[in-house]
Design a binder for this molecule. Structure first.
Ligand SMILES: [Zn+2]
Length: 416
């Protein structure tokens, strides 16, 4: 067998990823379809597909019995059985770990209440949950590709460091390396770890595993005690210059408005959050009513709470209008507990979005609710592991020229 040079290996990686992407976007394609879609030769596609099937990325199902003569094409899909993705979340008062397959189907989920004291202890407990999820995968004869972790704060993604988590009181915690150590101690060997902000992770849950299979921009709003945001642009999370992009909750909607937890006034979060609705409904900052209590008040027709929900919705509509103008997203996904306020909150939001659309509104993004509920962050963190393997150039630490690597046609000399 001929020795492959570094370039040929890279070429092959790019082509493999192109095939996985294509099948992910259009399940049911045959090898012939793939050759047509990617411009690769049938021989190359055949060889690479065989490899991807052997490694557990793709699977083929039996063709539907046709009337034609000859061998019918075999439909390909992402293999749901053999590769597992691990995801976890450090919540403000809970820990969560999931295992899912390449299609984002949650196979295992373990969630525990957790009172944080010091970060090392919390990370150790989280490692315990992840180890359980991994053991479950192994028992099912699946291999774990890696683990992603969502945390409620600002993250320096390069070093896996949680810079600041206001609701945990943590500063500069190297979550990534701590978790790697704890996972190794828990018998997980060396598992690759990625650390993400929780709203960014939730955005990936919709982007990587969403039904749309688009590559257009996606905006995710995580509406709970606070208001977080995640933006996917050009097929990857948009992190900005310092990894701090997407903080739409702290864009100011009203000059001199109510105080925000960040120290400014009139931030979107000061209007669109559980904290804001609770304050508006009760006239007090503390205690912040639980989402169940707010939902019960709305169901009982409590006028102050209904007004509070409607006002939060109106500001959400303004925010959505602003985001539409800046990003022109393909999809906006609303997630987090505040969505449970239902129509009392969401109807005014849609109305305000339209009322503030101006005369020439060409935006036609779809607006929908998050599909995964409480698991959104952990599943998205797991999705980040898959997402990373779909960007082979980034895995080598090189900036990527284009959004999604295009297949590279092999020359005759290239060993594929
Ligand atoms: Zn703020």
């Amino acid at each position: 067998m001929r020795h492959m040079s570094g370039d040929q290996t890279l070429l092959k990686r790019i082509n493999r990823v192109a095939l996985i992407r294509q099948v992910k976007a259009e399940p049911g394609l045959s090898r012939v379809d793939l050759a047509e879609r990617t411009g690769l030769t049938k021989t190359t596609v055949g060889m690479l597909v065989q490899e991807l099937i052997q490694e557990g990325w793709l699977c083929q199902s039996e063709p539907s019995p046709g009337q034609g003569v000859g061998r019918p094409p075999l439909p390909l899909a992402l293999d749901p059985e053999r590769i597992g993705l691990l995801g976890a979340e450090v919540g403000v008062d809970y820990l969560n770990a999931v295992a899912c397959n390449l299609r984002g189907e949650v196979l295992f989920s373990r969630r525990t209440e957790h009172r944080h004291r010091d970060a090392v202890r919390s990370v150790r407990s989280l490692a315990g949950l992840i180890a359980e999820a991994r053991a479950w995968l192994l028992a099912q004869r699946r291999r774990a590709l890696g683990v992603g972790v969502g945390v409620p704060g600002m993250v320096d993604a390069r070093g896996g460091i949680l810079r600041f988590a206001p609701n945990l009181g943590w500063h500069d915690v190297p979550v990534g390396s701590l978790l790697e150590t704890e996972l190794e101690a828990a018998g997980c060997g060396s598992l690759e770890v990625a650390v993400l902000n929780e709203a960014n992770a939730a955005a990936l849950s919709e982007y990587v595993f969403g039904a749309e299979h688009h590559t257009g921009p996606l905006v995710y709003l995580s509406m709970g005690i606070g208001l977080g945001g995640g933006i996917v642009l050009g097929d990857r999370l948009y992190l900005g210059h310092d990894g701090l992009a997407g903080e739409v909750g702290h864009t100011i909607l009203e000059r001199g408005g109510p105080p925000c937890a960040c120290g400014r006034r009139g931030c979107a979060e000061a209007f669109v959050s559980q904290r804001a609705v609770s304050r508006q409904a009760t006239g007090r900052d503390q205690p912040i009513l639980a989402i169940e209590a707010l939902v019960a008040r709305i169901a009982a027709g409590d006028r102050a709470t209904l007004r509070a929900a409607a006002q939060a919705g109106e500001y959400l509509g303004l925010l959505l209008q602003n985001l539409g103008n800046v990003i022109d997203p393909a999809v906006v996904v609303l997630g987090g507990p505040l969505c449970q306020l239902g129509d009392a909150f969401l109807r005014p939001a849609r109305r305000a979005m339209q009322d503030n659309a101006g005369r020439y509104d060409y935006h036609r993004h779809s607006l929908r609710l998050c599909r995964l509920g409480l698991d959104a962050c952990a599943v998205g963190a797991a999705g980040s592991v898959f997402q990373r393997s779909l960007h082979p150039l980034e895995a080598l630490g090189e900036p990527e020229a284009s959004a999604a690597p295009a297949p590279v046609r092999a020359t005759r000399r290239t060993a594929q």
